[in-house]
Design a protein around this ligand. Structure first.
Ligand SMILES: Nc1ncnc2c1ncn2[C@@H]1O[C@H](COP(=O)(O)OP(=O)(O)O)[C@@H](O)[C@H]1O
Ligand SMILES: [Mg+2]
Length: 416
């Protein structure tokens, strides 16, 4: 049991958390043990939760509506994706509650988020994990290798999850793993030249099957060396939610060929306006067979049944991304300046110019940050040593690098 140094010379500390008598409101003594009010509260919560019926536990889950409302605070647009994800995540945790008591076993439904780069795939997964307060790990499929090859083996994802769960195995077992760039492990013999790597893509897909489905993964907890296999712990992956993400560039062609082949009116319409058809509209029609054509193996797709398309962001959405989310870039810079006692303004035209530039770069919202960093660099360098600045205004000429920001100064009376 944890024992804390007795700083106040009172000799008594909680036998569970080690807090001393001065650090807590109450310590209850038993025979040679002590428990503080904090630990009593934690214990009673555990007991209370254990007593809840299945229905009560399900009622305790956040509803899809609540989940979506949280996502809305951080993710602009992607309404369809947010809705599908909210329902999927709700069902996932409901299934964890029900399965131990049910004669009908509900299968796990991992998720595939696909669509253009920089449109919020990773952000969606991260935000979900934040909301659910579960451990979260991000892995990059391109660094994964088949067992026996040099590189990260697939279990390394579970190891990261365990570390992010502070080595708490049961917590890790209800976490979320996001596997990015999943399209880069497509088979090369897929219809599109989608992958730059060789044969191993398919091998990695094979290697992931068991983890996605549920298996006992053997991983090194934090602080244990890789070769110390006898100290490895087993993490059951059956309740871990895997979210795969990838851009699947070009899959829209496979989908539209299929739709056209089926003589569906929608496809005929698409064909007419192929020049300006919206990739996002097509992606919403994606089916498992399209991913298989792309180079994913059927067994893999069978374990990732929930397909969540994301769309290219419109200029309007990019503008909103700059200003609306809880941690929007404009808010972040305003805050930074506020700590220098300078009020920062962006003219609407300046924001629009940033958006137009981002749109050009074709990397979704990802470009916003680098454009912003670039235009703010000089002024952020100068502000700390120029005295008396009251406000700083970024105009569209600043964005196009034709002018410096407009600075206003306190007059002497104000500052005296
Ligand atoms: N829909 C969105 N709403 C708000 N911010 C977004 C959105 N899409 C992208 N971003 C911003 O762009 C960055 C890159 O997005 P990310 O989720 O990594 O894209 P990807 O789809 O390639 O995974 C995020 O960190 C976020 O700041
Ligand atoms: Mg990403």
């Amino acid at each position: 049991m944890a024992k804390k140094k007795d700083l106040f010379g009172l000799g008594i500390s909680c036998s569970f958390c080690g807090r001393g008598q001065r650090e807590v409101t109450k310590i209850i003594a038993g025979k040679n043990v002590y428990i503080c009010n904090h630990c009593v509260k934690i214990c009673s919560e555990i007991i209370r939760y254990d007593r809840l019926s299945i229905n009560e536990r399900i009622e305790n889950l956040p509803t899809p509506e609540k989940i979506k409302a949280f996502l809305d605070q951080y993710i602009i647009g992607q309404e369809y994706a947010k809705k599908v994800l909210s329902v999927a995540v709700y069902n996932h945790y409901k299934r964890i509650i029900i399965n131990p008591y049910s004669d009908v076993f509900i299968n796990k439904s991992n998720i595939m988020i696909f669509g253009p780069t920089g449109t919020g795939k990773t952000l969606l997964a991260q935000t979900l994990a934040k909301f659910l307060n579960v451990p979260f790990a991000v892995a990059d499929a391109t660094t994964l290798t088949e067992a026996g090859y040099v590189g990260e083996d697939v279990e390394s994802m579970i190891q990261t999850l365990l570390i992010n769960a502070n080595n708490d195995v049961s917590k890790a077992e209800t976490g979320i793993v996001y596997i990015d760039e999943i399209d880069k492990i497509a088979r090369k013999s897929g219809e599109l030249p989608s992958s730059t790597r060789d044969v191993s893509g398919e091998g990695v897909q094979q290697g992931l099957l068991k983890l996605l489905e549920g298996t006992l993964a053997s991983v090194a907890p934090k602080g244990v060396k890789k070769y110390n296999t006898q100290e490895f712990v087993k993490v059951n992956t059956k309740n871990i939610l895997f979210i795969c993400g990838g851009s699947f560039k070009g899959i829209e062609d496979i989908i539209s060929v299929r739709l056209e082949g089926g003589g569906i009116g929608f496809a005929a319409q698409l064909k007419k306006s192929r020049a300006d058809y919206n990739v996002g509209d097509i992606l919403e029609h994606a089916e498992v067979e399209d991913f298989i054509k792309y180079g994913m193996i059927p067994e893999f797709m069978g374990r990732v049944p929930i397909l969540v398309p994301v769309r290219d962001l419109t200029e309007d959405e990019l503008l909103r991304i700059l200003i609306e989310p809880k941690n929007a870039l404009v808010k972040q810079y305003k805050k930074l300046f506020k700590y220098e006692n300078v009020e920062l303004f962006f003219e609407d035209e300046a924001l629009k110019a940033i958006v137009a530039e981002a749109k050009n770069r074709k990397s979704g919202a990802r470009a916003l940050r680098s454009i912003m960093e670039d235009i703010m660099l000089d002024i952020m360098f100068e502000v700390p040593y120029i005295e008396n600045i009251k406000s700083c205004t970024i105009t569209k000429e600043v964005v196009s690098k034709k002018a410096k920001p407009i600075l206003k100064f306190h007059n002497r009376e104000e500052t005296a």
